[in-house]
Design a protein around this ligand. Sequence first.
Ligand SMILES: [Zn+2]
Length: 379
Amino acid sequence: MEHLRLNRAFPVVLAAALAGGPAAARAATDLGAQARQIARHQVEKFGKGYATRIDHNRHIVYVSALDDGHLRETIQLLSSFTDAYRRALPSTRPAWNVTVVLPTVDDYKKLPLPFPDCAGFYNPAGRRLVAIDRGRTLLHEFVHALHHADMAASRQVHPIWVSEGLATLFEASRITPSGLKPQLDRRLVTVQRAVRAKKAFPLKRLLTMGRSPFMTDAALAYAQARYVMYYLHDRGHLAGWYRRYKATFTHDPNGLKAFEAALVSRVFLIDPAWQKWVLTLRVPSSEYRTHEGRLGLRVQKVSQGVQVVGMVPGSAAKVAGRIRVGDLIEKFNNRVIRNTGDFVSAIRQAGAMQTVTIQVLRHGRRLAVIQPLGAPPAR
Ligand SMILES: [Zn+2]
């Protein structure tokens, strides 16, 4: 955030003192200049309608098609998440700028996506995260960005169970004064099913697995890696394990010995204890509710189509302020809207926390409005 530049001098001097002198201070200044360059370059690339913000303290460059209100909300989320992540795990902050792009759906679809239908991704080569989702996908990919920076600082490459274990663990977590508190989620069902059917990966195998077998049974591997990390967290050993793992990485690149040391046991004994623990957990019922995207528009069928007649206070549409009462809704993410049923089902399909494009007719002019969807109210 630009306004942070005003009191940037102090943390820079402090960082320089800790990291050894003027070279570090110079590096921090260069990062600031680089951040402005990235911001300019990305805006040129994505074109008009994109805003940029720079968080000079956390080294994050935001490039966004969101309205001010939702961008501010997202920056606030990632700022407190970054700080909480570093309270939860001993990690070095990025020595480079992480670019977070929050594009329109149309612009997103033009990008080369690593998986079809993914709502976001982090590319380590460009240190760039792109997401059309502002929920779990954004946080998952953001953990990859933070973890990538920490691996680079320790000159290590951690195995996939560690990187996906951490990303899946913290994608569904709450920010607390002591760090991040993981929440039970639906991935638990996958693990419990596998444990009951005796098809779970033996822990020793999971912890020493290469990328390709991991991805072959990705749904189980991701879920199991999450609940191994969850177990460490539950026993109060996650940070201790991570610290030890990084310190002894050369002798223990998979983290298996550090895992045994943290739990003061051998993996063949930990495995049945872990399985028993997994079966005691219950997925909260809130995880089963369908997460529909919420917009907060009151609409009505009129002869020309669907017209906005009101807005729910505090809703995504009201916060963004881009759609007005009286607008005729013509298209939703390129899907033609003929009646209120089309509109409701289009919102439903888009899902929570996504950014969509809505074409409206306003005073005879056709406008494409970029609109972030909210989440349904918690019940
Ligand atoms: Zn991932």
